[in-house]
Design a protein around this ligand. Structure first.
Ligand code: SF4
Length: 312
């Protein structure tokens, strides 16, 4: 089985070739309630390890067949930072990647390991998950292997965000009744204010989960997004926009809404009725609304907010 998959077209990251560092079986130090893979007990270390040479050979072949790639994404059937030769693998990818970006999708659990921390510093883009900020909720939603503590994870993400020269993204996946409580969101908000990142994607379950849990509707995610500090670059990622009934917004309501939380075109299509979309377009043409780009995603915000600095 090849260790390479794709290319996959992602609106957020471009055309991606994926590397699966655990292609034959799930190996993860979490056993998340929402995992798209089958449930499996969390493990501290990989037991089945693919040689670096195999991955590099597969990647060379894939790049010959698909030269127009934006990003090489390091991922796994599980957690890619558990791969023991990650540093060596990244060094070898760097020698052959040319202008292609490197990206890893990680659950953040190994970031307090110095070798993993330093390996991730060598990448162009890093996406880290942070589903909870309190120990109780963390254990409930991510079901980590013994010895993994959320306080150490948050501390290592903060430290990483201070020294990483590439683009750092965070992702929070909300599960109904588990990590969407006001107390948990407040704890997440406090943690996020100390992390410097390009974007914080908040989303929910949109594929069959490992356990019997439910996601949030788009309108619930949207409401919840207002509980985060407005200075945080929150981006709602949801395929369930269509479940929302569009509403009528006056000019001032449009500006107030965008002031509280910059919105994407998808958000606007879901939230605004036809007349409100026309009013939005007029405000945009008049220059009262501006576009800002955060790593391939366009947000709309009142023009007067453009120079607003993060309060913290
Ligand atoms: S970290 Fe990812 S692969 Fe591991 S259990 Fe959670 S969702 Fe599944």
């Amino acid at each position: 089985m090849s260790t390479i998959f794709g290319p996959v077209h992602s609106r957020r990251f471009g055309v991606s070739l994926g590397i699966d560092l655990s292609s034959s079986t799930k190996q993860c130090n979490f056993d998340c309630l929402y995992c798209e893979l089958a449930p499996a007990p969390a493990m501290a270390h990989q037991h089945t390890i693919t040689p670096v040479e195999t991955i590099i050979t597969d990647l060379q072949e894939a790049l010959i067949n698909h030269p127009a790639i934006d990003v090489i994404t390091i991922t796994a059937n599980g957690e890619p930072t558990m791969y023991p030769y990650l540093s060596e693998l990244i060094n070898q990818i760097d020698q052959m990647k040319g202008n292609i970006q490197t990206l890893i999708l990680s659950n953040s659990a190994c970031l307090s390991d110095e070798n993993v921390f330093n390996s991730l510093l060598k990448l162009d883009q890093v996406k880290l998950s942070l589903d909870a900020a309190t120990p109780e909720t963390f254990k409930k939603i991510d079901r980590p292997a013994d010895g993994i503590e959320i306080s150490a994870i948050i501390e290592s993400i903060i430290q990483f965000s201070r020294v990483f020269n590439g683009k750092l993204f965070l992702e929070i996946l909300f599960v109904k009744g588990i990590n969407d409580t006001p107390d948990e969101v407040a704890a997440l908000n406090t943690a996020l204010l100390d992390i410097h990142c390009e974007r914080i994607d908040i989303g929910t379950i949109d594929r069959p989960p490992a356990y019997a849990v439910q996601g949030l509707r788009f309108d619930e995610l949207y409401t919840l997004s207002h509980d985060f500090d407005p200075s945080l670059p929150i981006h709602i990622v949801s395929r369930t926009h269509a479940q929302v009934l569009p509403s009528s917004y006056s000019d001032s309501e449009i500006l107030t809404t965008l002031d509280k939380r910059p919105l994407t075109r998808d958000d606007i299509d879901a939230l605004f009725d036809t007349d409100s979309k026309e009013r939005f377009q007029i405000l945009l043409n008049q220059g009262k609304i501006a576009q800002i780009e955060r790593t391939n995603v366009i947000f709309f915000t009142p023009s007067e907010n453009i120079n607003r600095k993060r309060s913290k």
